[in-house]
Ligand binder design. Structure first.
Ligand SMILES: Nc1ncnc2c1ncn2[C@@H]1O[C@H](COP(=O)(O)OP(=O)(O)O)[C@@H](O)[C@H]1O
Ligand SMILES: [Mg+2]
Length: 200
């Protein structure tokens, strides 16, 4: 099993962008968002539970989960959010461990947005530091949402200072893509070197 480096940061902090740079260096990527989608695909036990709880209305016409409707419900209702978390948490954890166990590379990047919020653990934590103003701007641009919703989404997550308290390493994403590439190359070399001499 590989060494697990958790890559985390707030919404639109640059997780996917940075994961892509690690992938270009040949590092396997395990994406918590993809796992979260896999466990509620059509035919899964989790989707059956969700339909039982929210009714068929929670499905799209093609039988898939209506994720935007579900997101809307849980953003506005703590009780429903808890219910959903309690259902999905153990299922996602089990699938994640399964995918970790299949890895053979020296290390893998586990992209995990809610590392802090969900009290998850990894061998090492790589956190993205981005100014809230830039994060907000990138979120609005990327998702085409209004400022008030974007602010609420950011506020619902752990704050930057809470995140950084858990960091072993930090990537600063206040610059351009070239700056990100330099930082990723540097961390990649450091991880491989440290694993070779067992300093991690
Ligand atoms: N250094 C950067 N320079 C310019 N745009 C960036 C940079 N980092 C991220 N972005 C853009 O900001 C948005 C959010 O980045 P993304 O990687 O999707 O964040 P996350 O996966 O953390 O939600 C995307 O549109 C992305 O292209
Ligand atoms: Mg992303």
């Amino acid at each position: 099993m590989s060494y697990i480096v958790a890559l985390s940061g707030g919404i639109a902090s640059g997780k996917s962008t940075i994961a892509h740079l690690f992938a270009q260096l040949g590092v396997p990527i395990i994406d918590a968002d993809i796992i979260a989608r896999q466990v509620v695909e059509v035919g899964t036990p989790a989707l059956a539970q969700i339909v039982k709880h929210f009714s068929q209305e929670i499905l799209l016409e093609n039988g898939e989960l209506d994720r935007s409707q579900l997101r809307e419900i849980i953003f506005n209702n703590d009780h429903e959010r808890l219910w959903l978390n309690n259902l999905l948490h153990p299922i996602i954890a089990q699938e994640t461990q399964k995918q970790f166990a299949q890895q053979t590379a020296p290390y893998v990047i586990w992209v995990v947005p809610l590392l802090i919020e969900n009290h998850l653990q990894a061998d090492r934590v790589l956190m993205i530091d981005v100014s809230v103003a830039l994060q907000l701007k990138r979120l609005i641009n990327r998702d085409g949402i209004n400022e008030s919703l974007a602010k609420r989404m950011i506020a619902s997550q752990a704050s930057l200072s809470e995140r950084l308290a858990f960091a072993d390493d930090i990537i600063i994403n206040d610059g351009d893509l070239a700056s990100l590439t330099v930082q990723v190359d540097c961390l990649h070399k450091q991880y491989l070197h440290n694993l070779k001499v067992k300093k991690l």
